[in-house]
Design a protein around this ligand. Structure first.
Ligand code: HOC
Length: 356
């Protein structure tokens, strides 16, 4: 195999390897996939203003997030069912990742992932109608040494995923959400023509009444910091912090929820200004290069998360593949920092962007 030098090359190689239905589940967005495309386009529009005559002989990509020192500001976003692309699933991803947000729909147990992890783990939660499912996940995350919880708030139901509906997509037998009881997950395996099993499942199992008081309730259940994921406005950032959130993740769920929603990176400056240093602001959606990471940091992100790219690496070559993708992004970030005259992350600010 020729060396793969970019995330786009891993994407192409993963597409060659994966069955079409699984490829479409991972690659797809909702509706007309406008937000999916916008996430990429918005990064491409952000031109950089490099500075020269700066000593860049010692670039330093490290950063601190929730009290933990990280080698780079790039973690892996919560993505369901890593075993769809590789038999080791999230265990392999956790070995490769600097930090990993484990999905509530992980296909390996929280404890297996914790035993393998090379870096800090956070657990993502959906708001299940059966609140004991949420509470049980919180207790297990605490016991297994997870460092934070991430409550996804953009999914009162799963968006209209037309690629999934056209294929009658369901989770293949043998791949399970290893941390949620089988009764809750049973219908995710039932394929019905013209319907996404996950959309159906979300309508049955997720509680669309999730509101600020529920967030406050969750925060009161645990000493772990709770971040709120799916924030795209200053208003929601304020609301989240006012009800106990320790930080936010600017995200449109990889273009998989509200089609037409603003690109994540276009919402970032507004949200970061509202948070105003009161907690970390992470971003996911459309990050494909180290230069994209730099752009997000310039707009106020404390760190970024990559979802699909990590899965592409995992699909191509398991743990080494996932690590290679993250290494490509880190190497590109280092280059971009050196070539833009910003050798430390603390040097990165809006003045780096031609259009702040
Ligand atoms: C209740 C089913 O976040 C995705 C994931 C998983 C959503 C499944 C929810 O596909 O975007």
């Amino acid at each position: 195999m020729d060396a793969l030098l970019t995330v786009a090359e891993y994407e192409a190689a993963a597409r060659d390897r994966l069955p079409a239905g699984i490829w479409d589940y991972i690659a797809g967005g909702s509706g007309q996939e406008r937000t999916l495309a916008a996430n990429l386009d918005a990064f491409a529009r952000l031109a950089l203003r490099p500075r020269c005559l700066v000593d860049v002989s010692r670039p330093d990509l490290s950063t601190e997030l929730l009290g933990v020192r990280l080698r780079t500001p790039v973690g892996v976003a919560p993505v369901a069912y890593h075993r769809l692309v590789h038999p080791e699933g999230e265990v392999a991803t956790a070995r490769a990742a600097g930090f990993l947000v484990v999905s509530a729909f992980a296909s390996r147990t929280l404890e297996e992932i914790a035993a393998a992890a090379a870096g800090p783990l956070w657990l993502q939660l959906y708001w299940f109608r059966r609140r004991e499912v949420v509470a049980g996940l919180v207790r297990r995350a605490e016991a297994a040494g997870y460092r934070a919880l991430v409550l996804t708030v953009d999914t009162p139901r799963v968006g209209r995923r037309l690629r999934e509906a056209r294929r009658g997509f369901a989770i293949p037998a043998g791949i399970v959400a290893a941390n949620v009881d089988a009764a809750v997950m049973a219908r995710t395996h039932e394929a019905v023509d013209g319907e996404s099993a996950l959309v159906r499942h979300s309508r049955e199992q997720l509680d669309p009444s999730l509101g600020p008081a529920d967030l406050a309730w969750l925060c009161a259940q645990t000493d772990l910091p709770v971040l709120v994921k799916g924030v795209l406005t200053a208003e929601d950032a304020e609301l989240a912090l006012a009800h106990g959130a320790a930080g936010v993740v600017v995200s449109n769920h990889g273009g998989r929820q509200l089609d037409g929603a603003v690109a994540s990176v276009d919402a970032l400056a507004e949200v970061a200004a509202a948070v105003a240093g009161r907690g970390p602001v992470l971003l996911d959606g459309g990050v494909r290069t180290g230069t994209d990471v730099l752009r997000a940091l310039a707009l106020g992100a404390s760190a970024v998360l990559v979802g699909r790219p990590a899965l592409w690496g995992l699909a191509v070559d398991g743990e080494p593949g996932a690590r290679a993708v993250l290494d490509v992004i880190a190497a590109e970030l280092e280059d971009a920092m050196v070539l833009s005259g910003r050798p430390r992350l603390s040097d990165v600010d809006p003045s780096l962007l031609a259009r702040p």
